[in-house]
Ligand binder design. Sequence first.
Ligand code: FMN
Length: 480
Amino acid sequence: MYTRIARLNTLAEFRDYVNAPGVRIPVSPEVVPAPSGPLAQPYKLKDGRAIGNRFCVQPMEGWDGTVDGRPTDLVYRRWRKFGLSGAKLIWGGEAAAVRPDGRANPNQLMMLDYTMRDMEELRQALVKVHKEHYGQVDDLLVGLQLTHSGRFSRPNEKTKLEPKILYHHPLLDGLFGVPEDYLVMTDNEIDDLIGDYIRAAKRALVIGFDFVDIKHCHGYLGHEFLSAVSRPGGYGGSLGNRTRFLREVVAGIKSECPGLRIGVRFSCFDMPPFRPDENNVGRLLDYRDAHGRYPYAFGGDPDQPGDVKTDEPLALMKMMGEMGVELVNFSAGSPYYNPHIIRPAWFPPSDGYLPPEDPLAGVARHIRVASELKAAAPDMLCVGSGYSYLQEWIPNVAQAVVEAGMIDFVGLGRSTLSYPELPADTLAGRPLDRSRICRTFSDCTTAPRLGLVSGCYPLDEYYRSSPVAKELKRLKKPVK
Ligand SMILES: Cc1cc2nc3c(=O)[nH]c(=O)nc-3n(C[C@H](O)[C@H](O)[C@H](O)COP(=O)(O)O)c2cc1C
């Protein structure tokens, strides 16, 4: 079996382990703090605006907004922690739906006219905490992630999918109960949705966000466009058509929101769904179409399902550069059908499966694919994902990948929930607080799967001592 990170006691042990065939993760022998360390170097955008260091807080939603899409105290608490992290790039805060039917859960934030004031205050709260702790905020870039959840929309009830699909998927339809005769979104409906994105972007600009992310990852609607090979009409088939939605949203934002930067977080590789086998280990569902291929995984090899093929992601990078997308964030797969790809973890979430590969191989895949795409887009700001599983070795790997130019920013997701100040401690040269390092227990995902709010139940005292923790314990069935 694989070795747990916590068992790799020294940097030398960790380095030997990750230099094994099939893993290969670069590691810096010594992390150099600010001001001279690679992670402390500012990144300059094309117009000269500097972002103060190379840490990025990834979007992390909490399933904890109000039912009308506004932030609650829990959301404020999370965004303040993002500000406290010391990271100078805040990628989106969390997913905010551009309209009610596109919410992933009834408690997802929304970027609508009536929520503008609340969203503005939320952003300000983050910036205020950052200013209090780090003084400077003109080198802090804060974006908002705009989303429609597509196939995974649950706008009214936590447990009830109300999908908006772009095509009938040979596996996902069956796995998530989409009937054969379910209507797909029409081209006209898509045209309307483009308007919703542009209006949401305008609102984000008015309330002071530096950029919006046109989310194209994790199986949600933007991501589904990228694999809509079987969809007829203007939004499916060729890559040109599958990226039409993105092009039209970007063109609309460019013409109606001058000054607003545009980012795209996309799943730069994907695989078929995985399901637990008789031992609860994840196994790929090997479906082939009439041509013996699986063409539904964007960035996947249709002839070798489960392998990565970067021709289309590379083409997308080129297109995005031409469209004027300035920031890119590489994620992968989907938490609903292949969670080990997006978030390598030792302990699976309740709707997951035991890891089918060493989670470090998953981290290595993120790093390798992201660096290949970064190399093709030297002028675009690029953020990598999936680093939390590295635990105490995050700083050594972060420095190595940034120093080598493999990525511009190291994005942190789960580790931000348990230990938001990890970037600040790293930059200051302080030893990490080992008691707060995310060990990928996956309760942040299991809780919402069971209808509860997300949070770090094992390590964040606030959640650990909350009544919800008791409820989680009661409901949770371990995946063994
Ligand atoms: C509880 C939770 C909430 C998340 N919310 C979002 C989100 O709103 N938008 C998004 O793009 N990704 C979201 N993600 C994915 C993370 O941003 C990140 O890509 C993932 O956790 C892997 O990075 P990590 O290894 O640093 O955790 C979420 C992940 C978790 C566990």
